[in-house]
Design a binder for this molecule. Structure first.
Ligand code: SAH
Length: 264
């Protein structure tokens, strides 16, 4: 595949970072915590949850200072051990608010971006949530903390394999698939929440088709060479079975490009 060397060179530049702050983050709502999303919660949970807690707390306080308000989202970021999702070579930087390389020229997004995108789709404990771009599995774990069920699709087989190890090792119950997320996950639709973590040039129609009425999709849109815009699409009912979408442009960002033909 010819694109990979280019992406490998570009990860530092095109990692999932914020370009400029935005005042349009969705205000928080309070809701009861979801059931524990982890499988057969072991008597003593995987050690990583109890490690580096002070660093995670400090990061989350910083995210709150940057404007993240949604309590359930902050609680999920406080709980998920980001250091368990990154390679040994960058573990020391796991709680800095910055993207990090995860191999195959891809990155784990900056924590602010994970929090901002998650807040923008405001997952509820009864929601079915789909992520496109599993990467390390970190954003999927954050969704699993907040949603009733979570699905995630990764294009690059090596990353999909590593993400599965990361998630299973921590006991997360997430449906994972290797393939092109452009087509979504038709067998499991409709989804209340869809989070896309790589940037296509336009929003994939199959993902819009798979959004439930009232559902929210958040996605970076734009060419690699341009400033991309993080957009939130909400499906609304017009009555009598007719639907429409409202689109909010939330933030200028830079994400890695959407792979496969569908992203062009
Ligand atoms: N959400 C990830 C990081 C995202 S980086 C995390 O929390 O670690 C973007 C990811 O999207 C990369 O792993 C990339 O391989 C994947 N990706 C890019 N195009 C894709 C596509 N068409 N279908 C599925 N995954 C894709």
């Amino acid at each position: 595949m010819t694109v990979r060397p280019i992406i490998a060179l570009c990860w530092v530049l095109t990692a999932c970072t914020r370009r400029e702050p935005s005042p349009t983050a969705t205000p928080g709502t309070t809701a009861p915590p979801p059931a524990d999303p982890r499988v057969d919660t072991p008597a003593s949970p995987p050690r990583a949850f109890g490690e580096r807690v002070a660093e995670r707390d400090a990061l989350v306080r910083d995210l709150a200072r940057q404007g993240v308000k949604h309590e359930r989202v902050l609680a999920a970021l406080r709980r998920v051990p980001r250091h368990a999702f990154v390679p040994d070579s960058v573990k020391g930087m796991a709680y800095a608010d910055q993207p990090l390389p995860i191999g195959s020229g891809q990155t784990i997004s900056q924590p602010f971006i994970v929090a901002f995108m998650t807040e923008a789709v405001a997952p509820r404990p009864t929601d079915k949530c789909l992520e496109i771009g599993t990467g390390s599995g970190y954003q999927a774990a954050v969704l699993a903390e907040l949603c009733e069920r979570t699905w995630s699709i990764e294009y690059i087989p090596e990353l999909a394999e590593q993400a599965k190890k990361n998630l299973v090792g921590l006991g997360y119950r997430i449906e994972l698939r290797t393939g092109d997320g452009y087509v979504g996950w038709p067998e499991a639709e409709p989804f209340d929440v869809i989070v896309v973590t790589a940037a296509p040039q336009k929003v994939p129609q199959p993902l819009l088709d798979q959004l439930a009425v009232g559902g929210r999709l958040v996605i970076p849109v734009g060419a690699r060479s341009e400033v991309q815009v993080l957009e939130r699409w909400t499906r609304t009912s017009l009555g009598r079975g007719a639907h429409a979408f409202t689109v909010d442009r939330l933030l200028d960002v830079r994400f890695v490009p959407f792979l496969g033909d569908g992203g062009r």
